[in-house]
Design a binder for this molecule. Sequence first.
Ligand code: NDP
Length: 245
Amino acid sequence: MKPLLPMKVALVTGGSRGIGRAICLELAKNGLYVIVNFLSNQKAAEETLELIHEAGGRGETVCFDVADQEATEKSLEALLIRHEAIDILVNNAGIAADSLFVLMSNEEWTRVLNTSLLGFYNVTRPVLKKMVTRSQGVIVIISSVSARLGHRGQTNYSAAKAGLEGACRSLASEVARLGIRVNAVAPGLIETEMIQAIPKTMIKQIIPMGRVGLPEEVAKVVRFLCFEDASYITGQVISVNGGMI
Ligand code: NDP
């Protein structure tokens, strides 16, 4: 039997469902070994891995809460021993907990900020340290149109996503000379469980293209940013939103 060639390794947080699953598949189809992170939905994570295998790719699932610093550190330590390095990191895990600001609970504020922003910090730092020693690596952050456009009930979510975009620009300038690129993708409304509660009539009114996007349409832009075609792009936020200006 032929030995398996070493593959470049990608870690996708929140890879079990929605946009994260599409990113996992897109990267696996393009030759990366994909680590599918998830929070609690093991069945969905295994389905993602199954789809990767069906597409001829390789990968594994790993459960940890990106908002939990200790758990994330432990999981990444183990992953970095096993894989030596993570070449590509996609910070995709994110949640929404919409509520008018005056009615928002401390828990709704903290949970959203902790998943997106603290999660980015918890996952990126250990992975980046290894990237720095190897002078190579790519980081992609999944932001949102809500970082830029205000939406009622999304003060927590907008704050988290705008924070990520700021972090993206600063970190990109910090590590550019080390051969590491950092970019963000800001989707508009994408067909996943996250937007199930939004009425279809409203979607047509707010999106110039008159339809929601597909997870695959976001994943293709992420894939572009991960490979050599994007070798001179860093510190950017790329919108994928059907024309929401
Ligand atoms: P989904 O709700 O479909 O999936 C969320 C994913 O994140 C799941 O894999 C979930 O894991 C994982 N996750 C949630 N919390 C954590 C955590 N604390 N630690 C680890 N993993 C976690 O979301 P989408 O695919 O719609 O969204 C993906 C990203 O895209 C998010 O950052 C979101 O903010 C952003 N986005 C989405 C838009 C949309 O319209 N859908 C628009 C703009 C941005 P599990 O399956 O175990 O629960």
